[in-house]
Design a protein around this ligand. Structure first.
Ligand code: TYM
Length: 384
């Protein structure tokens, strides 16, 4: 339930209109400062749209990651997705962010598919979860990770290599911690009680420091990780957090596979996208054309403008022009939505092309045959 701030963010649900300033305080993370952004860009020798526009906005120990990198010790990346339906535009952001770090820092990536978690949390059969996993794996493959430096694994498949280390972690995490952090109670099934050990374990796959690009809703897991890591004499994991893309219909809650009508799914065709954006995207414009020309749009609640700003429109000048003309009433909602529809369709078309042409081959490599995957299948994960 939403708390006194009128919003609530957990790994399973987002309620209300999230105030990210307050959330940073509540979760105890840090805002990405301009200095830190510049230091990331200097080391990467590249800029990043999501960071530029503050959609990726918060972190823990990003400064330590950069220090490790600058001193030649390197780091590694870890992220994941729970196969609970087809993936949407919100899901892909942390993967694109992870790819950006891999591309510009040349580091290993580990991607977890917790099929077990989705079986435990959702009213789904294993067959359904496995079908979603198959489909989601193709989307992850289409992101374009380096197939020799990326390992993608489903928990139910890789568990043999992880189980011993997971038992060691599990022994150090007690029920009072998971109840306080995740709100587990006596009705929670015991699978979920154990699951945090499995989501934490990949942060220890290498001795180096781990950086996790993910939505801020996953943060509760990392608080437990940071609590338990010193007990094994290992690094606390660093994170870089993205905000959560809301549903098309407005700022409340987050986009979710369980509400596909209000989400842009990665498999939506050009006409689906047009229809959803035109009919469902919440507008900050005025009701009548006359009123709009007089008063202009409220950009802060306008979904089309916010999506262009946060996710799709790289061109700063163009964005500034749209913002100016839309907020003074020169541009109408329909015109701004048209620009967004084209941008989304361009993005999805490229994604689908990579998925169709390369998805299968890349997936096999990242799961089984690539250099890192082969090494990981030979390893028994150890926590000392
Ligand atoms: P899941 O499947 O809920 O989400 C996968 C990733 O997508 C992010 N995300 C979003 N980002 C922006 N806008 C949204 N509307 C939105 N919805 C979801 C999530 O924050 C996440 O980064 N338990 C995890 C799977 C997991 C994982 C991990 C995630 C296992 N290991 C390591 C991150 C890092 C889950 O069910 O995520």
């Amino acid at each position: 339930m939403a708390d006194k701030n009128n919003f609530e963010v957990t790994p399973w649900d987002v309620e209300g209109n999230v105030d990210y300033r307050k959330l940073v305080e509540k979760f105890g993370t840090e805002r990405l400062t301009d200095d830190l952004k510049e230091r990331i860009y200097e080391n990467a020798d590249a800029r990043n749209l999501y960071i530029d526009r503050d959609f990726v906005f918060s972190h823990r120990d990003m400064d330590k990651i950069l220090k490790d990198y600058e001193e030649g010790n390197g780091f590694f990346l870890y992220t994941g997705v729970g196969p609970s339906g087809p993936m949407h535009i919100g899901h892909i952001i942390s993967f694109k962010m992870t790819k950006w770090f891999q591309e510009n820092f040349d580091v290993n990536v580990y991607i977890q598919f917790p099929d077990d978690e989705k079986f435990w949390t959702r009213d789904r059969s294993y067959d359904e979860v496995e079908e979603f996993a198959k489909d989601n794996l193709m989307d992850v493959a289409a992101v374009g990770f380096d197939p020799d430096k990326t390992f993608v694994f489903k928990n139910t498949e890789y568990i043999g290599n992880m189980y011993k280390a997971a038992t060691k972690l599990a022994k150090r995490i007690n029920n009072s911690v998971v109840s306080a952090v995740f709100g587990f109670d006596s009705s929670t099934n015991i699978g979920l009680n154990f699951y945090p050990a499995l989501q934490l374990l990949p942060t220890f796959f290498e001795e180096r420091r781990c950086l996790i690009p993910a939505g801020i809703d996953q943060d509760p897991y990392w608080r437990v990780q940071r609590d338990v890591a010193p007990k094994f004499n290992r690094h606390k994991a660093a994170q870089i957090h993205n905000k959560l893309v809301p549903a098309l219909t407005g700022p409340e809650g987050k986009m979710s596979s369980s509400r596909p009508r209000d989400a842009i799914m990665l498999n939506d065709g050009p006409e689906d996208v047009r229809k959803k954006v035109m009919e469902r995207a919440y507008s900050g414009g005025q009701v009548t054309k006359k009123e709009h020309r007089e008063k202009g749009a409220n950009l802060s609640v306008d979904v089309a403008y916010q999506w262009l700003k946060n996710l799709f429109l790289e061109d700063d000048k163009k964005l500034e022009e749209i913002g100016r003309k839309y907020s003074n009433g020169e541009m109408l909602t329909g015109e701004v939505k048209e620009i967004l529809v084209d941008k989304i369709n361009e993005f999805l078309e490229e994604h689908r092309k990579r998925r169709d042409e390369k998805g299968e081959e890349l997936k096999e490599k990242m799961m089984y045959d690539g250099k890192l995957a082969r090494r990981m299948w030979d390893r028994n994960i150890d926590l000392g």
